[in-house]
Design a protein around this ligand. Structure first.
Ligand code: DX5
Ligand code: ZN
Length: 219
């Protein structure tokens, strides 16, 4: 398996009173992207932050912003997330009525376009959209909160997604989000994940920089 072995630390678990400090830590680590979780309190039972905060994250971040939209009707905000500096924009399959149009809109704005599946949504729904995706993100917890337990069925879904990707779009990246830690990271890469999101495992660690290296399998 030709996995990219990337890590995208989730700022949801960062210290918001010391956000610049935590961003600099990621800048100086071997992390690849910043994972930025946007929650609206409707699509998920939690509210996080939106464009004004992301604009300031962008001022300090020296790596791409991987923005995960957990909001209803994301089409309304695609342009504004581009304006504040999103490089990768992922939208939930469950939140988009016209997903083909939404993906085309994200690409028109010159961002990488990704589709996210909730744990209960089968991989087969991607059959007629994966050819347009730069990335598929599989949720390995029910979205809304950091620090939840990894759902083991995710491994089966990665296998199915790898098979679909080979048939329809070999360059599509596979990202996993939720409950990722040092203990399960190597298995996830072996199954075919390219990018692992890690929030509490990184920011809750005594040594976050070292933990990022361990997740990547470099230590
Ligand atoms: C959950 C978010 C995740 C979250 C992951 O809804 O999409 O990105 O921050 O947190 P951990 O790594 O702690 O499970
Ligand atoms: Zn996320």
């Amino acid at each position: 398996m030709n996995t990219k072995k990337m890590v995208s630390p989730s700022l949801l678990s960062a210290d918001f009173a010391n956000l610049q400090r935590d961003i600099e830590m990621i800048n100086n680590s071997q992390a690849d992207w910043f994972h930025v979780d946007v929650m609206d309190g409707v699509f998920v039972p939690n509210i996080s932050y939106g464009q004004p905060v992301i604009k300031y994250i962008k001022k300090h971040a020296q790596k791409p912003l991987d923005v995960h939209l957990m909001i209803v009707d994301p089409d309304r905000y695609i342009d504004s997330f581009k304006q504040v500096g999103a490089d990768i924009l992922t939208v939930h399959y469950e939140a988009c009525t016209h997903l083909n149009r939404t993906i085309a809109h994200i690409k028109e704005k010159e961002m990488m376009a990704g589709v996210v599946l909730n744990p209960h949504t089968p991989v087969c729904v991607l059959e007629d959209i994966i050819q347009d995706c730069d990335m598929v993100l599989l949720m390995s917890v029910n979205p809304g909160f950091g620090g939840q337990k990894f759902i083991e069925n995710t491994y089966n879904k990665i296998q199915q997604l790898v098979e679909l990707r080979e048939r329809k779009n070999p360059s599509c990246l596979i990202e996993i989000d939720g409950g990722v830690c040092v203990e399960n990271s190597q298995k996830l890469y072996q199954y075919g994940a390219d990018v692992l999101v890690a929030g509490s495992a990184v920011f809750g660690a005594e040594n976050p920089v070292e933990t990022i290296q361990k997740i990547k399998g470099l230590l």
